[in-house]
Design a protein around this ligand. Structure first.
Ligand SMILES: [Mg+2]
Length: 418
């Protein structure tokens, strides 16, 4: 496209009210599984443009429910508005990080400065950086987005917007390795029937397993069994959690390709960037169709720059919380977009927990494929509305203020503040 036509297209897009993008646009994965729009008309989120006075964070709190032990993060503004998210999956192991780093960083601060506060955390507390640190920070960052949305009575997708798709296609994500292939396929079969999803993901190999399997032949048995049970119409993803080196990984990739698996997630140990790069390059040289994905354990933006500029993965999977929250995810997405990589976030949750992921996916121009929905339902022992569930394989983005979930104030009576 020449410059004039491009400028005209951008001008035409700019003239369309942002809300128009959210009307009736339902993107579905195409033949290559890609959900993509030709341009990114999103402005960078500047909270100062949405609020004309400070939104002071009075307290940043971590709670655990008494019934199911669910960690919840709550931030409360000086005006008494609450922002709430379920804590990180590592919340209980990182209570001290929260107390030492998150509370002093955010308590008393103006929430409108969120991007700057996160930037300062990266600079000033860098000696403690790591997945536990960023998990502690990332969960508060998400809660502050909710607080800002509830204060302004706007959906977080509005801040991130425009909404490119309101209905997100999800996959049933099995997280078990301690079951037999038959039992796991039966479990997924039941969940597929209940939810109408058209994609499933299973675990293969042994977690960080030095080329071993949890039991002999399990990996091929579960993949071949899935294909036989569900037929060619089912999309299959496989997650190795760093089980293989580059040599074994290539063998496994060829086997997965034979069964028409679409995605090979975290094939090699995540910290061995060169090994992952070597495997991806070998897979591309063989012209296999399956895509390589990874990045769920990576939090450093500098390392993300290496991973993206070296095209280590076809599909990037930063975690919303482990990578340090929404602003850092947006940075990672921009780096990946420069290399034309695809986006499929890591967020192994279900129900109301996935609301922030839905908002980010709904506004992501490089969104790829089906998104994660954990097959075994968490017990959400707090009263909230709406209750999110896949319908005919899709979950609809909740459109209320913040992340779109209302919590019953009574939940704090059945929870302990840490
Ligand atoms: Mg994974």
């Amino acid at each position: 496209m020449n410059i004039n036509r491009r400028d005209m297209l951008l001008a035409a897009l700019a003239a369309i009210p942002a809300s128009a993008f959210g009307q009736g646009i339902v993107a579905r994965p195409d033949r290559k599984g890609r959900l993509r729009f030709p341009v990114d008309p999103r402005p960078r989120t500047d909270f100062h443009s949405f609020f004309d006075r400070p939104v002071i964070i009075r307290s940043a709190e971590q709670w655990v429910t008494r019934d199911a032990g669910t960690p919840l993060i709550r931030v409360v503004s000086a005006d008494g508005v609450e922002g709430i998210v379920r804590g990180s999956t590592k919340a209980k192991e990182t209570f001290e990080f929260f107390r030492l780093f998150a509370v002093p960083r955010f308590q008393g601060a103006d929430a409108r400065d969120l991007a700057g506060l996160i930037g300062r955390a990266a600079r000033e507390d860098y000696e403690f950086a790591g997945l536990p640190f960023w998990s502690a920070i990332g969960q508060v960052e998400l809660a502050i987005w909710d607080l800002l949305g509830k204060t302004a009575q706007r959906s977080c997708a509005d801040f991130l917007g425009p909404i490119l798709t309101e209905n997100i296609p999800v996959y049933m994500s099995s997280n078990a390795r301690d079951t037999s292939p038959e039992a796991e396929i039966a479990h997924l079969g039941q969940r597929v029937a209940e939810t109408g999803v058209r994609c499933v993901k299973v675990k293969i190999g042994r977690r960080m397993g030095y080329n071993s399997d949890v039991s002999p032949g399990r990996t091929e048995a579960i993949i071949s069994g899935l294909r036989k049970t569900f037929g060619d119409a089912m999309t299959i993803y496989a997650d190795a959690n760093g089980a293989y080196d580059a040599g074994k990984g290539l063998e496994i990739a060829a086997m997965l390709e034979d069964y028409g698996v679409a995605l090979f997630e975290e094939p090699c140990p995540f910290e061995d960037f060169e090994m992952n790069a070597q495997l991806s390059s070998a897979i591309r040289k063989r012209r296999l169709k399956l895509k390589v994905a990874g990045g769920e354990n990576d939090y450093a933006l500098e390392r993300w720059r290496w991973l993206t500029s070296h095209r280590v993965f076809d599909v990037i999977q930063p975690d919303l919380i482990y990578a340090g929250g929404i602003f850092r995810n947006l940075e990672i997405m921009r780096m990946a977009r420069e290399q034309k990589l695809l986006y499929n976030p890591h967020f192994p949750r279900n129900g109301a927990d996935i609301a922030p992921m839905l908002h980010l996916c709904a506004t992501a121009p490089d969104l790829w494929g089906f998104q994660e929905y954990r097959s075994r339902e968490s017990r959400l022992d707090f009263v909230h509305d709406p209750v999110l569930k896949p319908v005919d394989g899709f979950v609809r983005i909740p459109k209320g203020p913040g992340w779109g979930i209302d919590y019953d104030p009574a939940i704090w009576k059945n929870a302990d503040r840490i």
